[in-house]
Structures are given as C-alpha cells and as structure tokens.
Design a protein around this ligand. Sequence first.
Ligand SMILES: Nc1ncnc2c1ncn2[C@@H]1O[C@H](COP(=O)(O)OP(=O)(O)OP(=O)(O)O)[C@@H](O)[C@H]1O
Length: 226
Amino acid sequence: MTDVLARAEGIGMRYAAPGTAPVDVLEGIDCEIAAGDRIAIIGPSGSGKSTLMHILGGLIAPTSGHIDWPALGPRESLMPVKVQFVFQGPSLFPALDVLGNITLPLFLAGHTTGARDRARQLLARFALEELADKLPEELSGGQAQRVAMLRALTTAPRLILADEPTGQLDSHTAEHFLDGVLELASTAGIALVIATHDAQVAARMARLWAMDHGRLANSAREREEA
Ligand SMILES: Nc1ncnc2c1ncn2[C@@H]1O[C@H](COP(=O)(O)OP(=O)(O)OP(=O)(O)O)[C@@H](O)[C@H]1O
C-alpha cells in the first residue's frame, strides 16, 4: 500500500481575471507529501504558499500539471474526513459556539456519537476548556486560530494543511501549542503541512519547502538531508 498522500507534477496556477493580463502564481512545481510528513512552507508574501496548499488539499485545481492522492483517493473524496484545512483568515462559523465549530466536521461525516465529549477533551488537552461555550466573536484572534486547528484535528484526518496557524500567537504560546499539535498528529498518524513566516515554527518541522515567486526551491536543509 502506498503512503504517498499527495503527489504533484509540474503544477502551475494561472489566474486570469477578465480585462487583466493573466498572472502565473505557481510554475513547474513537483512535490510529494508522505504519510506522517512534517513540512514547513516558507517564502515571502505572495510567493504562492497558500495557493500551493489549496491545490495539495484538493480545494482548487491547478491550471497545468498533474496532481493525485495515491493513498487517499479521488479529489472529491478528500474533505472533510481525510484532509482538513486551517485557513489564514477567520474561518469559524459565527452562529456556532466553539464546541459546535470543533464538532462540525464530525457531524458532516456522520460521526455524531460522543462528538461533543471528544471536542471537550481536545479543548482540555490544550487548557482551552473555558472556551467551549463561547461564540467566535468572543474569542481573541489567537484563540480562534487554535480552535480552528483543533477543528482540523478532530476527525483525525490523514493530512492537515495549515496556513499561518500560529500567526496571532506570542512565541511562547505558539511553541507550547505546536508541541501539543505535533504530539497529537504523531499519535494519530496525521501529516502536517504548515505555511509560516515564523522561523521557530519552521524549525520544528522535519522538511522545509522554500517558495520563491511561484517556484519551489529545495531548501538548504532539505538538500543537506537528501
Ligand atoms: N483567487 C485569486 N485570483 C487572483 N490572484 C490570486 C488569487 N489567489 C491568490 N492570488 C495571487 O496569487 C499570488 C500568491 O498568493 P498566495 O496567497 O498563494 O501567496 P502566499 O505566499 O500564501 O502569501 P502570504 O504569505 O501573504 O499569505 C498573489 O500574488 C495573490 O495576489
């Protein structure tokens, strides 16, 4: 059985809005995510990190190249159980409390029994249990980011793609939170891909992908380890 979760070959992404010149935001990207991988994607703003993650998780299709998910199946089967996203912007549903938000993927997948208990345990694991009944508008940015990550963990997906998941946390809280996430991901066999501008977060991941103007350059660290 293959352990390749996602495999991209020659991926390109061209945005073409009516009346404007087309823009190539990704070009010629080859990459692979294996089961249990820990990958940091770094690179300047606008270099294409989010776009690449959205393609790798099947949220959008590339305009050129090929992508498949050998160990997961067809694109339409990926979400919400096998692949989860943590988006850069606010992504919690305003009308649901924190428990409702965390359990949403479980309900969508039909796993209703014990869902709220499981979510409470997850919150307690991160000392966030006092947030359980709060609405998203009552949370700080950093609390909302952590709840979004817990929502991604709740179905124990094979792959989580997280866009700047610690961007609104102070460095101590970010490190502590990441410790817990990495531990849970290891226990549950979840591969984690994180786009980050935080060097300390990137250093915690086993592999480093460096994006530059829509291209993926193998980083020094990955070259050294090859
Ligand atoms: N839907 C879209 N239509 C047109 N252009 C887009 C679209 N989405 C992204 N882009 C452009 O693609 C480029 C790459 O954006 P992307 O968000 O992938 O970069 P990023 O590296 O994640 O940036 P950041 O670090 O600021 O989050 C940017 O120039 C952006 O303006």
